[in-house]
Design a protein around this ligand. Sequence first.
Ligand code: C5P
Length: 300
Amino acid sequence: MAASDCTQVLPRIVRSPAKLNLFLEVTGRRADGFHELETVMVRTDVCDTLMFHVQQDKQICLSLLNPSCDGIHSAAVGFPLDDSNLIVQAAQALQKLTGCSLGAQIHVHKLIPGQAGLGGGSSNAAVTLNALNELWKLNLSSSVLHKVAASVGSDVNFLLSGYRAALCTGRGEQIHALHKTGTQHGVLLVPAVGNSTSEIFQALGGAFGQQKTTPVIDYLSTGIVPQDQVLCFNRLQSVAEKLNPAVSRTLSWLKEKTGAAHLTGSGSGCFSLVSSAVEARRLARRFKGTELALATAFRI
Ligand code: C5P
């Protein structure tokens, strides 16, 4: 069989990483209803896995590979398989732009919970854009893919970029790569009750700010924790704690154990940076809450 035929029959298997917002400041509200952000995002090693098969008709068929989807703590619970899924929206956006008449069967092994501030859906959309651009032989440039990404969601561009770390501005879709040195470890706890991003932004009202990104950017490039300066910060954290008591409980537990705990994005995921992988794993095992969608060590 010729090599080019193999791409028709063998699935393309891709890892789809979660992001964390180490820093998130909201500086204002825009005329289009979105909020103006300054956020420092990093890619983590917590990943979903997506498997792509090309189909000769235009259908985009999604299915889940998780062995059991009925436990209330499974990340797959609530994962839509219809047109509301960002994977389907990304694929359809490519079809619309190019007139491509091919389709795809996409199997998803879901580890990243939804409504967690981890960009799971956005990451799935980003890998879909890259995979189908190749499998459908569309030859779209990176800048065209980024335009499509921005139309799918505010976090898709960072995950499409492949950068380990970036300062993201605008509504989050403008990406400026950051230098990142070494590997940092952390523990991530995601309450089973998720947060609605639009509700969290709405509840923020006009409580905007001007917290500086400099300390966290310096930390990523040097690995040195700055003295007496705010490193991780999230303007949405106090709102999320008020709207979701599980976030408040999880942050308190993490803070007690590690000294500092943070929300990622609009939550409900909470994390602490710790000194080693062993410490991160120990803490992930120790959380006594009964209401988690995910408890894991991570690397950035
Ligand atoms: O872009 P995305 O689909 O992730 O946004 C979800 C919702 O979060 C938006 O409809 C909007 O209500 C809110 N949002 C915002 N400002 C941003 C990003 C998201 O108000 N920068």
